[in-house]
Design a binder for this molecule. Structure first.
Ligand SMILES: CC(C)(COP(=O)(O)OP(=O)(O)OC[C@H]1O[C@@H](n2cnc3c(N)ncnc32)[C@H](O)[C@@H]1OP(=O)(O)O)[C@@H](O)C(=O)NCCC(=O)NCCS
Length: 178
């Protein structure tokens, strides 16, 4: 995966009804570690990383690259949205396309925050990359992610086996044809 490259960055913070999407800042460091160390968050993402390793390796200002959005609720990070270029995707149908990923802290699940934030990120993407589709890969057993993907307008391209599980590859068509 690569970042989105030559896109205006950082973006002006994007405000939704309840949330703000913005570039990561130093004050988000603990929440990044919480996300990546959480067994619940990483159930379908290869498992959590050891907290002490994350404490050592996470830079003071985490994950600053074009397409890396912190999602903030009432001034505190609750999630992370990743828009990247799938340069090395194992499925030809996905290779080279923009790719959406999302991780939210478990105590915030089930409130529609992920849907609200991803909708805003996709709208931003439609503006910066008009006419481009977006793909998304998730384990088909990850029901929350499957529901969110469907709610965001992704439809199935194919399923495939990888990382010892069935993977679902979905695509959202360019905005003009949605
Ligand atoms: C995937 C994830 C972001 C969803 O977060 P969330 O807080 O449940 O999402 P939302 O509250 O915005 O819900 C989105 C939709 O999915 C539905 N949904 C969420 N969890 C569900 C579940 N377990 N079963 C059925 N529907 C579910 C919601 O009802 C909602 O549908 P609606 O918009 O039609 O009402 C969250 O579970 C997460 O961070 N998981 C760990 C990281 C991960 O696995 N990411 C996927 C890899 S990219």
């Amino acid at each position: 995966m690569d970042d989105l490259g030559s896109v205006p960055w950082p973006p002006t913070p994007i405000k939704t009804e309840r949330l703000v999407l913005r570039e990561p800042e130093a004050r988000d460091r603990t929440m990044f570690i919480d996300l990546l160390a959480s067994p619940e968050v990483n159930t379908y993402l290869g498992g959590p990383r050891p907290r002490d390793e994350l404490e050592r390796e996470t830079p003071d200002v985490p994950e600053r690259w074009p397409g890396s959005f912190v999602v903030e609720l009432d001034g505190t990070m609750i999630g992370w949205i990743l828009l990247r270029r799938a340069t090395d995707h194992r499925r030809p149908a996905a290779t080279g396309k923009a790719d959406l990923g999302y991780l939210f802290l478990p105590h915030t699940w089930g409130n529609g925050y992920a849907r609200e934030a991803c909708t805003a990120a996709l709208t931003w993407f439609d503006t910066t990359h008009p006419g481009e589709p977006i793909i998304l890969t998730t384990q088909s057993a990850n029901l929350s992610s499957m529901h969110l993907a469907a709610a965001l307008g992704f439809t199935e391209l194919e399923r495939f086996e990888a990382w010892n599980a069935e993977q679902w590859l979905g695509q959202r068509p360019p905005a003009s044809t949605v």
